[in-house]
Design a protein around this ligand. Structure first.
Ligand SMILES: Cc1ncc(COP(=O)(O)O)c(C=O)c1O
Length: 395
């Protein structure tokens, strides 16, 4: 047999573990084979479909003989125009569709690409902890140094910008923020956006605002865009997505908007990596962004009902929880006496079939919490919470 011990991962990925949800899926498959009735309230994948008019557009477009070739890299002019129209209607923000908008194959790839195009080895990237794992993962691959900034409950899950040491700031290229926030469900007041734009300008740092939950809001809350801050476009980029806003997570349709230089660098990078979307998906995305938006209010009502079921049940079970004003997540402090979230969630999964996400997956400051996703049917969520409640009593 050939000695193939030379087949090794590159140094920059050698220490990587599979994405948490990839390994969780394997574990769940084994439990299911053994007859365990699994309820997944872990991943943030909406269970509900997009509105019919969006799916109809996909079907009509797919029936057309000339919609099967490659489409424009970085999104068609029509998609960019639709994104600009959405930003104007939703936030009263003006964007130049050709220079300030880029189509993405889901926003996740855009987050990764941004880091690759601006971070040199040794540069610092400031990442919220807890936070979406791609911010730090992409920085590691780029050879960047990561400065984790805690976002803590006692500070309403906002970072304390003044706590960042000057020695870090001097070498920082990029700071990540994400509101409404995954995993905490927290929101940021507009004054925080103004503060961070000022701060980033002063320290010559790029702001990346990751905003896929901006249209999943409850109780009358309307989330702002960072682009509403005067001058934000000079130093910032915002990522948005149709995944959660329009229940289109599997369609892989997202966008980056803002600083034209950053948009151009990502476009160049992506043109070496991917070849854009299937045309009918783009067409349906345009329909979603520019068509009737009223169904989103009804959809958010469903999430709100689920949120309230989760909050009530988890409170009764001894978790520390507050109702989040936005996102599809409930971030809950484990009942007293439990501080290892991985152990807690594993045991919960094995003994009840309920799959949640341990807080530690999102960083050191996520330890002691778990995250519940509202992206399962109301009945399943109810059943899951009933199981969690009776299980906690046995601990
Ligand atoms: C904070 C955050 N950013 C980005 C994404 C990626 O979304 P998508 O790639 O589906 O647009 C997610 C998905 O869960 C998320 O929670």
């Amino acid at each position: 047999m050939t000695d193939n011990s030379f087949i090794k991962p590159a140094d920059r990925i050698a220490s990587f573990k599979p994405y948490y949800f990839a390994s969780l899926a394997k574990k769940i498959a084994v439990l299911q084979e053994n007859g365990v009735d699994i309820i997944k309230i872990d991943m943030g994948s909406p269970d509900l479909p997009p509105e019919k008019f969006i799916i109809d557009r996909l079907k009509i477009s797919a029936d057309s003989p000339n919609s099967h070739g490659y489409t424009a890299m970085g999104g068609t002019p029509g998609f960019k125009k639709a994104t600009a129209e959405y930003y104007k209607n939703r936030f009263n923000v003006d964007l130049n569709p050709s220079s300030e908008v880029l189509g993405l194959i889901g926003s996740k790839e855009g987050l990764f690409a941004l880091t690759q195009v601006v971070v040199n080895p040794g540069d610092f990237v400031i990442v919220p902890d807890p936070g979406y794992p791609v911010y730090s993962g992409s920085a590691k691959i780029a050879g960047g140094q990561i400065y984790f900034i805690p976002i803590l409950e006692e500070n309403n899950f906002l970072p304390d910008l003044k706590s960042i040491p000057e020695s870090v700031l001097e070498k920082t290229k990029l700071i990540w923020i994400n509101y409404p926030n995954n995993p905490t469900g927290a929101i940021a007041p507009f004054t925080f956006f103004e503060e961070i734009v000022d701060f980033a300008r002063q320290h010559k740092i790029i702001i990346a605002h990751d905003a896929p939950y901006v249209d999943v809001c409850f109780d009358g809350y309307i989330a702002p865009s960072l682009m509403q801050v005067d001058g934000a476009k000079e130093i910032a980029i915002e990522f948005n997505s149709l995944s959660k806003s329009y229940n289109m997570a599997g369609w892989r349709l997202g966008m980056a908007v803002g600083n034209p230089d950053l948009i151009r660098y990502i476009h160049t990078y992506k043109s070496q990596v991917d070849t854009s979307h299937f045309g009918p998906i783009i067409e349906a995305g345009i329909e979603a962004l520019t068509g009737d938006q009223s169904w989103i209010i009804e959809r958010n009502e469903i999430y709100k009902q689920r949120r309230d079921i989760v909050i009530k049940g988890l409170k009764e079970a001894g978790f520390g929880v507050k109702a989040p004003p936005a996102t599809i997540y409930v971030w809950a402090k484990l009942p007293a006496g439990n501080d290892n979230s991985l152990e807690f969630c594993n045991k919960l999964l094995e003994e009840t079939g309920v799959s949640t996400t341990p807080g530690i997956v999102y960083g050191e400051f996520g330890e002691g919490y778990l995250r519940v996703s509202l992206g399962s049917s109301t009945e399943k969520i109810q059943e899951a919470i009933t199981r969690v409640k009776s299980w906690v009593l046995t601990l």
